[in-house]
Design a protein around this ligand. Structure first.
Ligand code: ADP
Ligand code: ZN
Length: 720
């Protein structure tokens, strides 16, 4: 029996059967190179009985060419891949692909040639070479990567190698990482921490599946607590995966990890250079990398000896992937724990309602850290009713917050102002003719970024320089900014307290891990008085001298019909409030709102989290929303509007008829034009117990669409 069935990474092809030549050994999970017509493809050997059969007769089978020198994808990972494909209604090959790295990584380790600047600069340089020298400082990567960073062709860079401006460096992509030491710097835990840590450590040692909800107020020391479980896993010779929501956060995490375990963990995220990616993937696959901290994609790394998974800030919406395979990393992490038979820790001060519900149902074990570590108290929260205490004309910071800011500055303490909107103003219009700047690729307005003097679309990245004149009526100096963004708030702070040192923290300013590290350093050294930031500053950071948090507009997130709007607002504000008063000095939070009576705001003001979750639970139950019912979306898109509409109608026209499944639409999706594609959507609401995936699969399977049409299924969608 030398017939094998392989998953191949070509969306149009199902599994393919091959023959294994005499003397070649393969097993399920082996990564192989096989012929496909005149070409070669990479495939993963799978248990044949778990895939649909193919019909090629045995004597027509072509032999695989060779087996790649990496360990087979482990069985628990294969089961996870199957589960994801099934649950998220995604092609199996598309999910499996997330577990593999580049073909270079698969073909073996060894040395890679990277290049860096030598410092030698000839007197006369072409503009392109000058640009490259400017942009490649401190960079070391392959020619292809450098070309991308510098925005020049590979040819230009090769010329620079020949003239000695760039030099080659040999990098061993298989050099091992230093090992974390579980006992490097152990902390004494508080009794609450100890209790929680013991439960998690016991589960790690028992090597059993157990989800934990580590539910601790901001500053309660959740990180130090789960570090005990990490330590136990390392000591048991196992690997650990820690998922974090944002790369910008990892810098402070890396530092803390290093302080506790002596070395930094291995990082995995989308902006790794290819040599780093290759090294990390291989070291994980061979069981050498002990602790990996990564973005959601790290979930599919082929750990052979996983002992623990941690999802930090587990409530974060960035764990939800919204294109390609649309999965929720928090939920997939729990499933991976299930297949690997290891504990999974979901840590958060503001857990998702779904997670709390699982704890209530006894599926997750809830571990509570009720107080801040070291006796620090939670900040006092005050509401600023904007209907009574209005900011001056054209300003957004109301008098009580102005006073509080000045007070902090006099006392030499830090303040943080939060507004979840990048740029200077969300809408720019011509005061003469009313013209508004719209994105040509999306149904969205362009947002003014005054620092970079550009108007930008926050959905597709389209940018234009801010014009001097209105493009419609030609009038000069006629553009008015409507509404605030963080850049505008930073300007306002500079007017109110000109002597303050202000730091703007958004994804436009913290563009690299180095910039993020620089910010943390400056804030910790008190080189910053006022931080003005978006949701990037709401989490993770711990600045002892920060005593004031101002929420510029608490109502912003509540507009629009998003199912999770209230929960998200609660989480964001509770998290940002949690940055205040984390050490000896007590903190204060001022929340500016026009709706002090809204349930979310009232709960924040009274600090009554349970009241909020209870109200939210009732609202969700009434709406048949998760965790009580399920929602799914089918999104149909095409560059051709008529084609998208037609395809959506065709799907709508064949809707299945089930009692417990309600189907709404098709209707234009909330962003009806996104990145140049017109989008229509059908929404499906069903009972918790109904097999909504099966319904959708059987519904869509017989339908055929023109090649330009994409049909995506989103199970448990986040954006409504
Ligand atoms: P959380 O993640 O729950 O918001 P952190 O883990 O950031 O809280 O902890 C808050 C602060 O308390 C950090 O500065 C952390 O280093 C410190 N801390 C927590 N637990 C301990 C401990 N057992 N010993 C010493 N310092 C601790
Ligand atoms: Zn756009």
């Amino acid at each position: 029996m030398n017939r094998i069935r392989c998953l191949v990474f070509n969306a149009a092809l199902g599994p393919l059967d091959y023959r294994v030549p005499e003397g070649v050994e393969v097993e399920p999970g082996s990564v192989v190179v096989a012929p496909l017509g005149p070409r070669q493809i990479i495939g993963v050997v799978w248990e044949a009985e778990r895939l649909p059969a193919t019909e090629v007769p045995a004597n027509k089978l072509r032999p695989i060419l060779h087996v790649l020198p990496v360990p087979p994808l482990p069985a628990p990972l294969r089961r996870l891949i199957e589960w994801c494909a099934d649950y998220y209604v995604a092609p199996l090959a598309a999910v499996a692909r997330m577990a593999l790295s580049s073909s270079a990584a698969l073909r073996g380790g060894g040395t890679v040639t990277e290049y860096r600047l030598t410092g030698h600069e000839p007197a006369r340089l072409t503009p392109q070479r000058l640009q490259a020298i400017d942009l490649l400082h401190d960079q070391q990567a392959t020619i292809r990567e450098l070309a991308e960073i510098a925005g020049v062709s590979e040819g230009v860079l090769r010329g620079m190698v020949n003239t000695g401006i760039l030099e080659p460096v040999l990098v061993d992509s298989d050099r091992p990482y230093p090992e974390p030491d579980p006992h490097f710097a152990e902390h004494d835990l508080s009794p609450d921490q100890r209790g929680a840590a013991d439960r998690m450590v016991t589960a790690v040692k028992a090597h059993e599946f157990q989800p934990f909800l580590l539910d601790g107020v901001t500053g309660s020391g959740k990180t130090e607590t789960y570090f005990e479980a990490v330590s136990a896993a390392i000591e048991a010779g196992r690997q650990v995966l820690v998922l974090l929501p944002e790369i910008a956060l990892t810098q402070s995490f890396l530092k803390r990890f290093e302080a506790r375990f002596g070395v930094a963990p291995v990082s995995w995220h989308s902006s790794l250079k290819s040599s780093e990616r290759r090294r990390a993937w291989r070291q994980v696959a061979f069981g050498e990398a002990k602790v990996v901290v990564g973005a959601r994609s790290a979930l599919f790394l082929p750990f052979p000896r996983l002992g623990l998974i941690v999802v930090d800030e587990a409530h974060e919406i960035s764990f939800k992937q919204d294109d390609g395979v649309r999965y929720n990393a928090r939920d997939v992490a729990v499933m991976r724990g299930h297949f690997e038979k290891v504990p999974v820790i979901l840590a958060s001060a503001t857990p998702a309602l779904e997670s709390l519900q699982m704890a209530e149902a006894g599926r997750y074990e809830r571990l509570v850290l009720p107080a801040r570590f070291g006796g620090a108290s939670l900040p006092e929260i005050h509401i600023v009713d904007l209907r009574e205490k209005q900011p001056e004309r054209g300003r957004w910071i109301a008098p009580p917050l102005v006073e509080a800011l000045k007070e902090r500055l006099e006392r030499g303490e830090q303040s943080l102002l939060f507004l979840n909107r990048r740029g200077y103003a969300p809408l720019t219009l011509c005061r003469h003719c009313g013209f508004r700047f719209q994105c040509p690729n999306c149904s969205a307005w362009l947002v003014e970024h005054r620092l970079s003097r550009r108007l930008a679309c926050h959905h597709c990245g389209h940018e234009v320089p801010t014009p001097e004149r209105c493009p419609e009526c030609g009038e000069p100096d006629c553009l008015v900014a409507c509404g605030p963004g963080v850049e505008r708030i930073a300007d306002e702070v500079a007017e109110i307290v000109p002597e303050a040192r202000v730091a703007l923290v958004t994804s436009d300013t913290l563009t690299s891990p180095a910039k993020a590290a620089e910010f943390v350093e400056m804030a910790a050294n008190k080189a910053i008085d006022v931080i003005v930031g978006t949701q990037l500053v709401t989490k993770g950071y711990h600045f002892p001298d920060l005593t004031l948090v101002g929420v510029i507009d608490a109502d912003m997130g509540l507009e629009g019909g998003d199912l999770r709007a209230a929960e998200r607002t609660y989480q964001q504000i509770a998290q940002v409030a949690g940055r205040a008063g984390r050490a000896e000095k007590p903190g204060e939070v001022l929340i500016q709102t026009r709706h002090p009576e809204a349930a979310v705001i009232a709960a924040l003001a009274s600090g009554d989290r349970d009241a909020f979750y209870e109200a939210e639970t009732e609202a969700r139950r009434d709406a048949g929303a998760p965790p009580f019912g399920r929602w799914a979306a089918i999104i149909v898109s095409s560059e051709d509007e008529a084609e998208a509409k037609e395809a959506a109608r065709a799907i709508g026209g064949t809707r299945p008829d089930f009692n417990d499944v309600m189907i709404l639409g098709p209707a234009p999706a909330p962003l009806s034009l996104l990145r140049g594609r017109y989008r229509y959507r059908l929404l499906i609401n069903a009972r918790r117990s109904s097999e909504v995936q099966k319904v959708i699969r059987e519904w869509l399977e017989p339908l055929r669409f023109p090649p330009g049409v994409r049909v995506a299924v989103d199970i448990d969608p986040y954006s409504f």
